[in-house]
Write a protein that binds this ligand. Structure first.
Ligand code: NAP
Length: 306
């Protein structure tokens, strides 16, 4: 017997339950809100937020921001630490927190998260797709292929999978806020973080294009581009300690989360964290602005052809 999840994805990757087919979207078109101020105000109320990778670091700091602002939470992590985070958040803030332990680097892990969202029977007003890991070291001599494939599964595949499910639901409701955690490493190839920086470039490119795809639906996409943060990121065993910046170069994840939350609420397209001099020095800003222009002109020319 086929499970619900099997029905959604046949072996060609097409949705059997027509969740994303053109016929279905014609019947049940996502609402277009060329936002009236009233609906904009309503859409600012985040009653329920989902945060992935919330057991530590930037995700935990984001969870605190949402909780501080009165959102109930569904938080996701891979280790048992997520239950401890749940306890702490519930103790500190007067909000309901549901914790889910799932390996989002697997297809089943993402489906388990989506099933949990559905079982909660509360619409998701905001989602921070933040869980991510790094692998560092020379691609030829140091790194392990399986670590890199696992990272691609988490940083890219699960993000696309989850977006497909949640963005559709948001578009159908005519409101929602999506935050993707990319990195300044997305803006320039980074040797010794060869695959990692490419995964983060994917997140940035995907986020910008999805934002445009969703432009008439009332759903916004914001891409967060932090630089090195003081989190568990560099402690994981896929990371080469030599690639870790000095502590003086790292910032506090709470500052990142605060700025990211503000940008999300305003519906901004991206938030880049790090001093502008530092980012300009590295040529990051120029490259980012160029890529934004290219994305827009590619979108415009695709539209004019159709
Ligand atoms: N720290 C930096 O310098 C930096 C800079 C730029 C961008 N970023 C990005 O920021 C995001 C958060 O990183 P962080 O710095 O906060 O690192 P972190 O402290 O290591 O947090 C990573 C989070 O992701 C979760 N996670 C890892 N693998 C998972 C899996 N397979 N399934 C589900 N959850 C998983 C972890 O859960 P468990 O702990 O329970 O395993 C943890 O909650 C990542 O996307 C990273 O690429 C970080």
């Amino acid at each position: 017997m086929k499970s619900d999840s099997d029905k959604k994805h046949n072996k060609n990757g097409k949705n059997k339950d027509k969740k994303f087919t053109r016929e279905d979207s014609a019947r049940d078109e996502p609402k277009s809100d060329r936002s009236s101020s009233a609906s904009q105000k309503k859409s600012d109320q985040i009653k329920m937020a989902v945060i992935t990778g919330a057991s530590s670091g930037i995700g935990l700091a984001l969870a605190k921001q949402f909780a501080k602002n009165g959102s109930n939470l569904l938080i996701v992590g891979q280790s048992e630490d997520i239950y401890y985070t749940q306890e702490c958040l519930e103790e500190e803030y007067e909000v309901q927190v549901t914790a889910l332990r799932a390996n989002l680097a697997t297809f089943q892990g993402v489906e388990k998260l989506y099933q949990t969202i559905q079982m909660m029977r509360r619409p998701v007003d905001a989602i921070a797709v933040n869980a991510g890991i790094g692998v560092s070291g020379n691609f030829i001599y140091d790194t392990d292929l399986y670590d890199e494939l696992d990272m691609i599964n988490l940083n890219i595949t699960s993000l696309v999978h989850l977006s497909k499910l949640v963005a559709w639901d948001m578009a159908r409701r005519g409101r929602g806020r999506i935050l993707f955690t990319s990195s300044v490493a997305a803006l320039s190839p980074v040797s010794s973080m060869t695959v990692y920086s490419a995964t983060k470039a994917f997140v940035l490119s995907f986020g910008e294009a999805l934002r445009d795809d969703l432009k008439d639906t009332g759903v916004t996409v914001t891409v967060l581009l932090p630089k090195a943060r003081d989190t568990d990121f560099f402690d994981r065993d896929t990371m080469d300690k030599e690639d870790e910046p000095d502590d003086s170069e790292k910032d506090d994840p709470d500052d990142v989360a605060e700025k990211a939350y503000e940008a999300l609420i305003k519906g901004e397209d991206h938030v880049m964290i790090g001093s502008s001099e530092d980012l300009e020095d590295k040529g990051f800003i120029t490259k980012f602005l160029t890529s934004q222009k290219q994305a827009k002109s590619a979108g415009d020319s695709a539209e004019s052809k159709s």
